[in-house]
Design a protein around this ligand. Structure first.
Ligand code: COA
Length: 258
């Protein structure tokens, strides 16, 4: 059985990391499978959005595969971090919404993977954390940056320095996850959010992702300029004409994605 499973239905690709006996730790094989699944999601017009989850009831992803760490040199460890960062950048910049359905432990690289997703829905039993300091290391898949940008420097530093796992309701309280649901509701709730997004104008959805992701990397004035350019481009789309006409004619819009 493959360590990364893909299934498409209703324009939603569900990617399941399938190594439950090792709590879905990100082995090289998992990273390659995930990269391949994301590549095909990016190029496939039949895929509007992605749900990323872990197999089994215990873990989303319990981190990078610690068994590989003893063999790393400083040089190969740096390359390992850069490769993982590139993989998670692919998640963040896919151009399609990606929902992390966090079904249990999301630790280390698992928490970082969830952070790279567009939104995070957690089951009530989920526990999230960056326990790297317990191993004498720091996050290497962008966690020090994405966590502090998402929940603020103080809360991020507390998680990064103590290595404590926090339960789903605490993760919700600090804005680390968007929703907390019962375990049985995790995939249905994730699909429901994604379906709501996929019913909107597709080009506008892409531009929102770009305005936020690229804009946060720019000085404010440059980000505003970028936002204005994307706003202007919307006026070249059929979807904008349809959305505005539908509003004025008091009927639901039918978007073609052009
Ligand atoms: N890398 C490799 N293997 C891992 C792993 C990881 N990050 N996390 C869990 N596993 C493996 C365990 O070694 C164990 O394998 P085994 O059955 O061959 O011994 C299996 O998954 C089950 O984990 P186990 O530790 O027995 O489950 P638990 O319920 O007692 O504990 C955790 C769960 C999540 C608290 C514990 O597994 C853990 O702390 N994992 C590492 C988390 C971590 O530090 N991640 C960041 C890495 S940078």
């Amino acid at each position: 059985m493959s360590v990364v499973l893909s299934e498409v239905s209703d324009r939603i690709l569900t990617i399941t990391i399938n190594r439950p006996d090792k709590l879905n730790a990100l082995s090289a094989e998992v990273r390659e499978g995930l990269a391949a699944a994301l590549r095909s999601a990016r190029g496939d017009d039949a895929v509007g959005g992605v749900i990323l989850t872990g197999a089994g009831e215990k873990a989303f992803v319990a981190g990078a595969d610690v068994t590989s760490f003893p063999s790393y040199s400083p040089v190969s460890a740096r390359a390992f971090a850069r490769e993982g960062q590139a993989l998670l950048d692919t998640v963040e910049t896919l151009g399609k919404p990606v929902i992390a359905a966090v079904n249990g432990f999301a630790l280390g690289g698992g928490c970082e993977l969830a952070l790279a997703c567009t939104l995070r829905v957690a089951s009530r039993n989920a526990r999230l954390g960056q326990p790297e300091v317990n191993l004498g290391i720091i996050p290497g898949y962008g966690g020090s940056q994405r966590l502090s940008r998402l929940v603020g420097k103080g809360r991020a530093l507390e998680m990064l320095l103590t290595g404590d796992m926090i339960p789903a309701d605490e993760a919700w309280r600090i804005g680390l996850v968007n929703r907390v649901v019962e375990p049985a509701e995790l995939l249905p709730a994730s699909r429901e959010i994604l379906k709501k997004i996929l019913a909107k104008a597709p080009v506008a959805i892409r531009y929102v992702l770009d305005a936020v992701n690229a804009g946060l990397e720019m000085p404010f004035a440059a980000a505003e300029d970028h936002e204005a350019t994307l706003f202007g481009l919307c006026f070249a789309t059929e979807d904008m004409k349809e959305g505005v006409s539908a509003f004025l004619e008091k009927r639901p819009a039918k978007f073609a994605g052009r």
